[in-house]
Ligand binder design. Structure first.
Ligand code: ATP
Ligand code: MG
Length: 423
């Protein structure tokens, strides 16, 4: 029986979850479009290098979350754990590095081999934007404003805090990295196991540790902000001034980092108080080093990704739209005519359900349970007289409607609309 369950960490999106899901994606699509981001899609699998190459020395840490496999041709492929690397790869594959700036929006599934828990899945979905080309802090402000507008349109912005940090440029970050390692080396065997590994491969990520022991050690660690050079400080000041001007509230969070080396300057997260430990609904930053690490020219970029499942758990409830109109054959002889009539009504733009088996009584009962509000019933007798019965399931009223005339279904369609309008 276990084979009839979805794989651990994955979930089916049945119509009501799908409706919430689509609602979130549609809101993101609208917000992205408001800022001039155009939708695109990359394949859900890529050559493994697309994800491992930019990670350099820290690759083993991140690839342990990856779904990678050799395909029948012997190529190592990876199901995408995120979409930024894929989008940057697509820019280079498409020869678009001469056509900057590029502004892209995407939505789709991502795959990470993580420990599943509430708000953390192995197949999950993200919406995101990438702004490729500009290195100006105003671009960072724009994408953050777009994220805020997206969350606002879902009604969740008020329960979110925008955490913001600067990782500085490469020089600043390397200087800090050295200082952090020198400090943490003194505590090497007191750090958590994860942090001990990170100390050699990805020390900045230790700042983000949730381990209490690590956090105590970090209290006296050197602060990243003290290592920011003038350029790095200017970028951050420009960004915060733009956010302030737009009325976007933010919280300075010196411990917020993105682990990977290609991230620089801006790092940010919108965190909600309503989802417990998995409270980050949208996160992003600047990744000026990524294109080069993938083997292309230097192309600055900044972007964010948001978790669709986490956002779908918040906000107002949305339910799937079901048809409200059914066409029903009252006997076997009328079945073909009922099918034809359903097609004609669909032709004029109505959503029609056509229940297939059982007596009219049974069909009506089921239809009522399923949210159908108007039933169009026809049997042999109605066919002979070229009429149908129109039944309002809310009031129980029924009336006979003629199908003769030039525009046969138009009067019926009008009557259906009248019945759906009435409270
Ligand atoms: P976390 O710290 O929660 O692991 P992350 O830094 O790995 O997050 P990002 O790579 O920045 O997350 O992805 C952006 C967003 O995608 C997250 O803020 C979250 O909303 C969502 N997300 C990330 N991983 C998962 C997952 N395994 N299941 C569901 N949503 C996820
Ligand atoms: Mg993660």
């Amino acid at each position: 029986m276990s084979r009839l369950q979805p794989v651990r960490g994955t979930a089916d999106l049945l119509p009501d979850s799908m409706a919430r899901h689509r609602y979130v994606i549609e809101a993101a699509r609208l917000a992205a479009s408001r800022y001039g981001f155009q939708e695109m899609a990359t394949p859900i699998f890529e050559f493994a290098e697309v994800f491992t190459r930019p990670l350099g020395e820290s690759s083993d840490i991140v690839t342990k979350e990856n779904y990678s496999f050799a395909d029948r041709g012997g190529d190592m492929l990876t199901l995408r754990p995120e979409n930024t690397a894929g989008v940057v790869r697509a820019m280079m594959s498409g020869g678009l590095t001469q056509s900057l700036p590029l502004k892209y929006f995407y939505a789709g599934p991502m795959f990470r081999y993580e420990r599943p828990q509430k708000g953390r899945m192995r197949q999950f979905h993200q919406v995101g934007i990438e702004y490729l080309g500009p290195s100006d802090a105003l671009a960072d402000a724009e994408i953050i404003a777009c994220g805020a507008r997206f969350l606002q349109s879902l009604g969740v912005l008020d329960s979110c805090v925008l955490h913001l940090n600067s990782l500085g440029d490469t020089d600043s970050r390397m200087a800090y990295r050295a200082a952090l390692i020198a400090y943490l080396d003194g505590f090497a065997n007191q750090l958590s196991a994860d942090s001990q590994t990170r100390l050699t491969v990805n020390p900045l990520r230790i700042l983000d540790s949730k381990d209490d022991g690590d956090r105590r050690i970090l209290q006296d660690a050197p602060r990243l902000e003290e290592y920011l050079n003038a350029d790095s400080k200017a970028h951050f000041t420009d960004l915060t001034a733009a956010l302030d001007a737009a009325g976007i509230r933010w919280l300075y969070d010196p411990l917020l980092v993105r682990g990977l080396d290609y991230y620089c300057h801006t790092a940010f997260e919108f965190v909600t108080t309503e989802l417990g430990a998995q409270g980050t609904v949208l996160g992003g930053g600047r990744y000026d080093g990524l294109a080069e690490m993938l083997g292309g020219p230097k192309v600055p970029g900044v972007g964010w990704a948001a978790g669709v499942e986490r956002l779908a758990m918040l906000g107002e409830s949305v339910t799937a739209l079901k048809p409200q109109i059914a066409v029903m054959a009252a006997d076997d002889d009328a079945e073909k005519a009922a099918f034809q009539l359903a097609e004609q009504l669909r032709d004029v733009g109505l959503d029609i359900d056509l229940p297939t088996s059982g007596s009219v009584g049974k069909k009506l009962k089921k239809a009522d349970r399923n949210g159908i509000r108007v039933a169009v019933i026809l049997g042999s007798d109605e066919m002979a007289r070229n009429v149908v019965q129109l039944r309002n399931l809310t009031t129980g009223e029924q009336q006979e409607i003629s199908l003769s005339g030039d525009d046969t279904v138009a009067p019926l369609a009008t009557k259906i609309a009248d019945n759906l309008q009435a409270p």
